[in-house]
Write a protein that binds this ligand. Structure first.
Ligand SMILES: [Zn+2]
Length: 237
């Protein structure tokens, strides 16, 4: 397969452009979390056509980079007082409170904030771990509700699931033991994205590949799955 990469400069933006033999159209994407711009073009596209294509999208790229870079990032979080964290796509202000001597560490939630209650001077790791536990509980509840709903609609047996940290996938369907793993980072994604991943993984019990039949089955129960997938792609894992 033909594959050649070059950096194309459009004003202040650097675009990583790859010419490929197996693509039919020019395409540009802005990738989270850093806002790296990647474009692909069919092998025989001229440089001039590429620059024209990217220049037309200059404002869109600028905005997309800003949007991606302004999102709260789990890796840069300090889990300290006043920081913004996401729960199902909504930003909340993080508060840190000290628990009384015999009280257990726990998390509370209200309309605009998430409060971590833990021992005095708990480390960043401890604060992060407590928030992750909270995310896991919330995500488990939401996933269970969606799975239940689709089990009824698909008339299938319950599928056991687990929630784990994953670096590159939102979900995995395991054919051998008929189970699903969901990425813990989904707790930060909007609910419609979580629901999309649930149905996507459940659909794999019938169709292994991402082919026409697979997407037909998706569309039957979720006509707007494409928009949901798009929103999910913009998320930081
Ligand atoms: Zn899949």
């Amino acid at each position: 397969m033909f594959h050649k990469t070059e950096i194309i400069q459009i004003h202040e933006l650097s675009v990583q452009l790859t010419w490929k033999s197996n693509v039919r159209m020019m395409r540009v994407r802005v990738l989270p979390p850093d806002g790296i711009i990647r474009a692909t073009a069919p092998r025989w596209t001229s440089r001039k056509a590429v620059i024209e294509f990217l220049s037309e999208r200059y404002e869109w790229m600028q905005k997309a980079v800003q949007k991606v870079q302004s999102r709260p990032r789990p890796t840069s979080l300090n889990y300290s007082e006043g920081e913004q964290v996401l729960l199902f796509g909504t930003p909340y202000t993080l508060h840190i409170q000290t628990v009384l001597s015999k009280e257990k560490a726990h998390v509370s939630l209200d309309a605009s904030s998430i409060t971590l209650h833990l021992e005095p001077e708990a480390s960043r790791e401890k604060r992060a771990a407590l928030l992750q536990t909270f995310y896991k509980e919330r995500l488990s509840m939401v996933v269970a509700v969606y799975m239940n709903d689709y089990q009824t609609k698909l008339n299938c047996a319950p599928i056991p699931f687990r929630i784990l940290r994953r670096k590159s996938v939102w979900g995995t369907y395991n054919v051998r033991n008929r189970s699903i793993i969901f990425n813990l980072a989904l707790a930060q994604a909007p609910l419609e994205c979580v629901q999309y991943v649930v149905l996507h993984e459940m659909t794999h019990q019938y169709v292994h590949a991402h082919n026409a039949e697979f997407y037909q089955r998706m569309s039957a129960l979720m006509p707007d799955w494409k928009q949901r997938r798009k929103a999910l792609k913009a998320m930081v894992m």
